[in-house]
Design a protein around this ligand. Structure first.
Ligand code: NG1
Ligand code: MG
Length: 518
């Protein structure tokens, strides 16, 4: 699908558009779109001209490796964000939200003057898109939107749950803006610049979420490669259902990033440099390598030419090389600085969030070996997962292989990458006991959702058991906050946001699209 452009639909036949995007023209979904358009008119006094829509995603395997250059295997989900857009004439961008609880915000139209709000406001994500789009299109084009804009947002992707509500918002806003500019754009380019522009919000993200949000396809998971972004289709085996379950603990990524997400990015970069150095690169050369993928060749060569595994992965005996070279569990800043011959402040200069991480780690150091072992071993599981999907083996055998890889992935996230948490580990254990073949955290972790592989015929029973044993039991044991639930005669408790938003089977959904309303 290299070179495919973002789909532009004309709204005349709404049910048809809805069917292409969601697989069927449910009245409920059609109503959502008309409500959105009416909401925009009520707020801004005129009709919107375009809609951008882009979905959340669930990552099936390949966690925390996108920013280290390795391919990942996610699929888009049905839940998405829609952004309606139209012209304003006061030189400002007005951003409103159809859902209660989101303040209305506005910002100026000079992209160079935009700075992220320090209160982690949701409007930062829209500002990020605006800046990204203005940087992507030629400056003359951009003039067209600097007269002012009205935007209305409506998002269905649960926030802070590892389903990438942030990418859904950034991508849908970018698509709405591109619609206004009337440019035809290759999907891969939008995926690339939206991944870059989310950095504006303060996370050092890889490109997975934006890539799958833009490039997802109904009925297919995707193997997503980076540098440059491109995808391969992954048809999932028959009878394989992926069930997403929310642990109901939020990972406030933008807030705790310096101890969690951004810290892992820093640790991986340091592991890259130290491995490079120990494998014979000069300190300058070692520090210039930015991803573990860029020292993979050296690791493989150290294992000897005959034993080396396939290019694109570091496995088996090669992992021993990593274990031996990074022989300390924890590395402290002074030691790293002495080895690398430069200060970490210098190494991460120019990147405020990474510099903060260096400060945070001063007292407890960096766990380079475990992080590198996770990245290399997880990267190797991704092609194995695809190979299992592609194989001619009987369906059930395929499912067991996918499940095995998912379980290994969770264990690695928990033990080596330390991005799980008690609630996620409990949910994974409950899911396995309830009949999941495999189960793992999905997305950044530290809270958010799990994804479980369940046989089609077991889905109903599985969901019933998990409802009872994770959620209802969790509230009763005070492990989950009562504030998220209300009394329910039948089940004892039910989540205020509805069971269908807390645990649900998810078929692969479609990617981003622009709807022309004119
Ligand atoms: P979440 O926090 O689940 O959206 C993050 C990153 C991904 C990837 C995963 C871990 C962002 C926008 N996304 O996802 O790029 O690194 O963690 O695999 O930061
Ligand atoms: Mg996110």
């Amino acid at each position: 699908m290299a070179g495919a452009t973002v789909q532009v639909y004309h709204i005349q036949d709404l049910p048809h558009v809805i069917e292409s995007l969601y697989g069927s023209a449910d009245k409920e979904v059609c109503d959502r779109f008309t409500t959105m358009i009416r909401g925009f008119e009520n707020r801004f006094g005129k009709a919107p001209e375009f809609l951008g829509r882009s979905p959340g995603r669930v990552n099936l395997i390949g966690e925390h490796i996108d920013y280290m250059g390795y391919a990942v295997l996610p699929m888009a989900i049905r839940q998405d964000t829609i952004v309606a857009i139209g012209r304003a004439d006061d030189g400002r961008v007005h951003v409103s939200n159809l859902r209660p609880g989101f303040s209305e915000e506005d910002f100026g139209t000079n992209p160079d003057e935009l700075v992220a709000r320090t209160d982690h406001s949701w409007v930062n994500y829209v500002m990020a898109s605006f800046k990204g789009v203005c940087g992507y299109v030629p400056a003359e084009k951009c003039q067209q939107i600097t007269t002012g804009l009205n935007m209305m947002v409506e998002g269905q992707v649960p926030q802070g749950s590892g389903l990438s509500s942030s990418a859904a918002l950034v991508c849908s806003a970018a698509l709405a803006l591109l619609g206004m500019l009337g440019v035809t754009v290759p999907q891969a380019e939008v995926a690339q610049f939206t991944a870059e522009c989310e950095k504006f919000v303060g996370t050092e993200s890889g490109g997975m979420d934006q890539a799958i949000s833009i490039m997802g396809e109904l009925g297919l998971a995707k193997l997503v490669h980076f540098n440059p972004i491109r995808t391969e289709d992954v048809p999932l085996p028959e009878g394989a259902i992926f069930v997403i379950a929310n642990s109901l603990t939020e990972s406030a990524k933008a807030v705790s990033a310096d101890r969690q997400y951004n810290m892992r990015v820093v640790e991986c970069r340091l592991a890259t440099a130290l491995l490079g150095l120990k494998l014979g690169l000069s300190p300058e050369e070692a520090v210039s390598r930015r991803t573990l993928r860029e020292v993979e060749d050296e690791v493989r060569a150290a294992q000897g030419p005959t034993l080396g595994g396939p290019k694109g992965s570091v496995t088996g005996a090669e992992l021993e090389v990593v274990r031996k070279l990074l022989d300390q569990e924890v590395y402290m800043q002074p030691q790293l600085e002495q080895l690398l011959g430069l200060s970490l402040e210098h190494m991460f200069a120019g990147n405020a969030s990474q510099l903060r991480c260096v400060g945070v780690a001063r007292d407890f150091g960096f766990k380079l070996r475990d992080r590198a072992l996770h990245v290399f071993s997880e990267a190797a599981r991704v092609p194995e997962f695809k190979a299992a999907c592609d194989s001619n083996a009987p369906a059930d055998q395929k499912l067991l292989e996918l499940a095995r890889l998912m379980d290994l992935s969770h264990a690695s996230c928990r033990d080596l990458y330390e991005c799980s948490c008690e609630e996620l580990d409990t949910l994974v254990a409950v899911s396995k006991a309830a009949g999941a073949l495999g189960s793992r955290l999905t997305g950044a972790g530290w809270g958010g959702c799990t994804v479980s592989l369940v046989r089609q015929e077991d889905v109903e029973g599985f969901i019933t058991k998990v409802k009872q044993e994770y959620y209802v039991a969790g509230v009763n044991d005070k492990k989950l906050s009562e504030r998220l639930f209300e009394r329910d005669s039948k089940d004892g408790w039910r989540p205020i946001i509805g069971w269908e938003n807390v645990i649900f089977a998810s078929p692969p959904g479609s990617g981003g699209a622009i709807l022309d309303l004119r």
